[in-house]
Design a protein around this ligand. Structure first.
Ligand code: NAD
Ligand code: TYD
Length: 351
């Protein structure tokens, strides 16, 4: 069986849905259910032993050791993290706690467990750490995309915490021989993404008729990938990746934020001609806002034969359809604490 951390969040839950569709091997899902972890994301998964959910925190070493000893996974896929840059800027502590200390506790618990397995299990074991392009910092408009050999140069506390975790994963490989893998992916979108991130935020605010907050001039560039393509890449790396290596994953869909918002809005208007008109508000820029992220994906394409399949327009259209088709999911996640975050972070945008 495999152990997935953070499997009630956006990418982790999409990964578990894909796993259960394509594989018969059981998956154990460990998630603390923070505001971003949502049991609704696990609906419609097969009942019984193929997917089991355990509520727990990756910082809890005793719980981790007991869980590993009981279930004896052959691999760990590590998604659990605090992930929203704006929240990291507002309060970095929980990002260091979970992303750095939590990752180290998980690595150490895995190392202890792995040492106690037989030689064949030790060779076959994999620790796949799911990371991000944000660890590299910011690229200028015409610079070449980063390769896996580019230096890590994070600019905000979220990116710094992920870079620290990446270094720890590499250190556990070099020092102890733990068979680790790292993936670094661009911006994901798709079903079940919490609407604090740009794409679902735009969908929610377009439907409500509230203004869309654009940081600075909106010219920042991101490379967007549908979450299904990312999860397919993770399967490929888990199956065929070389221990100790890292792999880039990206959708080859670079666009600036204003262009993306307009593309998304046009797709929404085509589906909901009665939706309120789009209103954009340029607001103060995010501190340390990275201008551009772009990844060279030659390594995973050459070595593992992975390529993204879902184009940006089709992927955005399918994402809008998912949100329109799941109003209950949306209304549950946009209640209470979500409204408080939006009010405290954006203030009143109606003026
Ligand atoms: P998310 O915020 O939607 O989900 C994170 C999950 O981790 C939640 O279910 C949460 O409950 C859980 N969690 C948080 N702290 C925990 C703890 N201490 N113990 C156990 N569980 C805990 O995040 P996401 O967008 O699905 O991202 C998943 C991973 O992928 C993260 O590591 C992130 O850095 C990485 N990543 C995300 C993107 C993206 O665009 N979203 C891109 C590249 C990499
Ligand atoms: P986000 O979805 O937070 O992802 P990341 O910071 O990991 O790239 O943001 C994507 C881009 O959209 C980023 O350049 C910041 C910008 N953005 C806004 O302009 N307004 C917003 O309200 C949000 C949430 C993001």
């Amino acid at each position: 069986m495999i152990l997935v951390t953070g499997g009630a969040g956006f990418i982790g839950s999409n990964f578990i849905h894909l796993w259960c569709r394509e594989r018969h091997e059981p998956v154990l899902n460990l998630d603390a259910l923070t505001y971003a972890g949502n049991p609704d994301n696990l609906e419609a998964l097969p009942a019984g032993n193929r997917h089991r959910f355990v509520r727990g925190d990756i910082r809890d070493a005793g719980m981790l050791q007991a869980l590993l000893a009981e279930h004896r996974p052959r691999a760990v896929v590590h998604f659990a993290a605090h992930t929203h840059v704006d929240r990291a800027i507002a309060g970095p502590d929980s990002f260091i706690d979970t992303n750095v200390l939590g990752t180290q506790r998980l690595l150490e618990s895995c190392r202890q467990y792995w040492l106690g397995t037989d030689a064949a299990s030790r060779r076959g074991f994999r620790f796949l750490h799911v990371s991000t392009d944000e660890v590299y910092g910011s690229l200028s408009a015409h610079a070449q995309p980063w390769t896996e050999a580019s230096p890590l140069a994070p600019h905000n506390p979220y990116a710094a915490s992920k870079a620290a975790a990446d270094h720890l994963v590499q250190a556990y490989h070099h020092t102890y021989g733990l068979p680790t893998l790292i993936t670094r992916c661009g911006n994901n979108y798709g079903p079940r993404q919490f609407p604090e991130k740009l794409i679902p935020l735009v969908i929610v605010r377009r439907l409500a008729g509230t203004p869309i907050p654009v940081y600075g001039d909106g010219g920042q560039q991101r490379d967007w990938i549908h979450v299904e393509d990312h999860c397919q890449a993770l399967l490929r790396v888990l199956d065929q990746g070389r221990p100790g290596e890292s792999y880039h994953v990206a959708g080859h869909a670079e666009t600036d934020n204003l262009g993306l918002i307009r593309q998304l809005s046009a797709l929404l208007d085509a589906r909901r001609p009665d939706a309120p008109v789009m209103r954009i508000r340029h607001v103060a820029d995010r501190p340390a806002h990275d201008r551009r992220y772009a990844l060279d994906t030659g390594k995973i394409e050459r070595e593992l034969g992975w390529r993204p399949r879902i184009g940006l327009d089709a992927g955005l259209a399918a994402t809008i359809d998912w949100y329109l088709g799941n109003p209950d999911w949306l209304s549950r996640v946009t209640s209470g604490a979500y409204r408080e975050w939006v009010a405290s972070h954006y203030g009143d945008l109606s003026a």
